[in-house]
Structure formats: C-alpha cells, structure tokens
Design a protein. Sequence first.
Length: 337
Amino acid sequence: MPLVDESAVRPHRVAVLVRPGVMPLELGAVHQLFGTARRQEGPAAGTPLYDVVTCTVEPGRVPTDADFALDVPHGPDVLDEAGTVLVPATHAPDQPETGGTLTPALATALTRLRPGARIASICTGAFVLAAAGLLDGRRATTHWQSAAAFGRLFPHLTLDAEVLFTDDGDVLTSAGEAAGIDLCLHLIRRDHGAAVAADVARRTVVPPYREGGQAQYVPHPIPEAHGTSTAPARAWALEHLDRPVPLHELAAHASMSVRTFTRRFRSETGCSPGRWLTRQRVERARVLLEETDRPVDAIAGDVGFGTGASLRAQFRDVLGVSPIVYRTTFRGGIPSD
C-alpha cells in the first residue's frame, strides 16, 4: 500500500535536514519536486500532496557550498512529525563524509525520527545514514567518486556504486546530486503512482525515469568518439514495444554493427539493450495498469511480454510486487488476474 494516504487532507510532511556546506541544487530539487506534486482526482484535486520543511540541528544561518548562506528557522523538532526525512550532502570538513562519525548535535537530532518514518539520503548524505547505523544490513549507494572512501569508513556495509538509487523500504540512498531527482521522483511514484510522478517530471522538465546507472557517468580511461548515437534506435523501440525487438534490428536503426551498437548502447545508458527494453516494458505496463481496465494478460501483449506469466515475473523482479497488487494500490477495483 502507498506510504501516503490519498484520502488524507493533510499533506505528507517531508523534512530536509541540512548541514553546513549543503549543496543548493540538492535542497532546491527536493522542494521543487515534492512541492509540485498535486492530487489529480477527487474533491481535493490540485491540492499539495507534500509539505516540505527545511530544518537543521541549530536553527539560524547555515552556510552552503556556494557564495551565499541559508536562513533556516526550523530546528530538529521538525523531525518529530516528519513522515519522510531527506539528508542532502555537504562539503563541510567535520561531517561523516570525511570522518565517518556523527557530530553530537547531529546524532541527537536523528534520535528524533518517529517510528515508521522513512529516511533517504542524497549523494554523500549516505555517510550520515551509515554513521547512524541506519544502513546496517541494507544495500546502499553514494556518489561514485566517494565509493572508495565509503568502503574504507564503513567496510561492514554493502555498497552498490553502480546504481542511481537504492530502495530498502524505509531507508533509501541515492548517488550524485542529479540522482537525488531520480530518488524524489521514485518516492512520489511509490507514494502516488506513475501518473503523478510523470506530471511532476513534465512540470520540472526532467525524465520521469532515467535509464541505466552511475556507470554511464564514470569517465573512461580512453574516451570514445561518438559520431552517432543509439538514441534513434531507442526512440524506435519505444514505438514498437508490443512486439519482439531483436538486437540486430536495433543496431540497424542506429546504422551500426551489433557489436558496436551494444558497446555504444551500454556507454550511453549504463545498461544492456535487453535490460533497457525490459525496464521500458515494465514502465509501459505500469501506466496501462493505472490508467486502463485492460486485463493483465492483454497488457502483457501490449508491452511485448507475450504472456501474463512473463509480465508477472518481470514485474515482480523489477518492482517487487505483482501487477495486480500494483494496480490495486494505485487504482482501486480491477478485473481479476
């Protein structure tokens, strides 16, 4: 079930816990994305779904990593009532990013998290979650440039430096600054479905789902000249998801050999063509499950999975739930599976 009750009038509170040296882009993105999310149906259509509040361990002036400071009047008491807490990164030298331990004030602030609240980090904010013990036994990520330092400071934790974000239910982590956008859209999608997340993405002019992982942003030892792109082939594939899309056809639409296309595709998207196609089919299925009454078996044909059994298996592998559970969560009454 969604973590946010669609029938509630009161918006879900998101607290952004900033520290000295905070990066303005991360803070602004959180406010922009959650602040743009609106109810789309019912008598409360158009009203905000989230209430975003910035707080800090000691209210007042908080320097950023730019040439200006923030005036933050809210202290850690905001965490008492927050349903979601986001921890952006910082460049300050006395933070877990450099030493692996929490300042006493930050440690005390985190004890105020209410039971059932979820906490998420952006970029190296994962160091805060790790130092607080919130990542024990969980999979996490952080910026690829900080992965080695994270491993040295927290060798007992499982770090996946190839993904844009991780979701372990009530604890989430994301990679670099822009991956915080992916994380916020993911939370909105998880709370209210693909349609609301897509609306927020359109308003913000960002993709609702970014392909691949961090691998596509890590510099390669020998840069490869890119005279052509796999983008036309990807655009063509999105128009033909209802049928098999063999690798040789994709390569032909990019005017490349299969070998060159596969290498270029992974370089541009961070994943293989097969994995990318599966994800696009799952995303298309999500939209159809939310916006139509078509049976699961019919949707499986619409998106190229062929059979309902194949769609169910891929859906569960990617999202962790069955198509029926997903539709029940985000749409309500449905035809039987």
